[in-house]
Design a protein around this ligand. Sequence first.
Ligand code: AGP
Length: 616
Amino acid sequence: MCGIAGYLGYRKAYPIVINGLQRLEYRGYDSAGIVLMNDNKLTLHKTKGKVSDLKELVGQENIEANLALGHTRWATHGIPNDINSHPHVSNSGNLVIVHNGIIENYNTLKKELLARGYSFKSDTDTEVLINLIEEIKTKNNCKLEKAVQLALTNIFGAYAIAVFDISNPDEIVVARLGSPIAIGIGDNNSEFFVASDASPFIEYTKDAVYLDDEELAIIKIGEDIRVHKIKDNSIVEPNIQELQLNLEQIEKGGYDHFMLKEIHEQPNAILDTYRGRLLPEKGIIKMGSVDNNIAKFLNANRIIIVACGTSWHAGLVAEYLFEDLARIPVEVEYASEFRYRNPIINKGDIIIAISQSGETADTLAAIKLAKSQGAFVFGVCNVVGSSIARETDTGAYTHAGPEIGVASTKAFTTQITVLTLMALKLGNLKGEISNSQFHNYIQEMSLIPSKVEETLKVNNIVEEIAAIYKDAPNCLYLGRGYNFPVALEGALKLKEISYIHAEGYPAAEMKHGPIALIDESMPVVVIATKKGHYDKVVSNIQEIKSRKGKIIAVVTEGDTIVKDLADHIIEIPETLEAFTPLLATIPLQLLSYHIAVMRNCNVDQPRNLAKSVTVE
Ligand code: AGP
């Protein structure tokens, strides 16, 4: 999964594209490259490493250029090195391409092109595509856009590409299948921006077209953007949207890391997510996409949730919510397993697909599988216009804003917020929750943002605890009921950004094995909030204590019992059991953050990870 940024216009392209790539580094950061075109002079710079390394490599060469295509990579085909990084150039040197995605049949195509005299410098699938385009263009003596269209009809896989011909430097051809691409349009078509998302050009224009799957666009200085369907070249009316993002949202807002900024953005993110949906003054929950399909939900035999990583943990919380509040049976599936497990999808089943990025390949494939079997698929996504948002029948956006830190935080709590609203609404409509209970839930939900704000005040205590356990080789996380998925999420956060091995477990499951791991060197994080099997969790804490485990307990303000048992307590505000995940997860996010900072880990871009995984 990579980041693409490009510019064509009257401004100096280099600073726009190089800054754009830096904003896209959350998408992949193992190698980078840029091509600059000025007065028929083409310069190509590619390097293993980060965009900052590329900047050094470019220096001042050819930076007057008005056309540039750049790329920050997360290797899939070909190891991260200078040659395999993008852009790639065709054998003749005339055609240039940047690509995000995977061409699954590239090996076959490569063999055919080799047999027809083409040669390859890199191990990438992308270089195969640009030479296929060149061959078609030469053979048919056709325009670049036609050659790209014909070439893409021979491609299997996912791609977002931008291509230009050095003999025609005022035109770029852009196409998409599966991987996102946005086109920014300047005043009077005087300039165009191409990028994997809008962040590289947000301060230059608010007008953008998000290409749909199987669409190709031609951008040419002074001309309106043209969009065609790849399969039949039919014309598509470009959907020019006004961007809602602002630059500040993208920058760190004064925090040391995007992750810490995003942890502190959760009160507003939750508020923004239920804005216009949770109407405490009217005592109702309004969700158009649920309301418009209410019969399906009320008659649902089963809800199957498909997701990956943190989104999968949000799905687990939703299992407790829908079964407890709406009495609808739920199964939570790892999308990567679901897509190949030949799952049984019955009539009346509803699929809920959860994804922050909306681009996770396994989740997308699970959706396509479910749809191919006639299931109704509801999406919960954070990225507007993303593939999953387009692929699902309908859905609800989490309004968390851009999540730049690879470790998901505000997306998790806003996903839970959307799912909680859905479960409450259905529970009340089904009569599983009385109107007075429903009223209480709504009132309490409207207090959650301020309770999260309150919870964030534990930051300093958590930082002190982190200093004690930053060198621990392992860590266990325990929770019961609604807090079991939170324990899993806490463990994932610590693994992701501090590289400490950590596991989450249902607290009662500990006796069946993990308790063997416990001794004085094992920190055990226990979520022991008042609501939710408190007494049982207290006895689990005593079992750990008797094996000298170090107990870090998340408790409800004013707790007195666990206080005397645990080595460290983190107090959070009281709330209803079903809402505890929204508060209890905050101290765990902060604990992993501070430990990672103290271990000098790259908090926002942990090793081996990328923000959304568009390959399987
Ligand atoms: C979480 O911190 C990770 N970044 C990862 O597990 C992530 O949740 C997973 O890849 C799913 O991503 P999505 O929500 O964008 O689909």
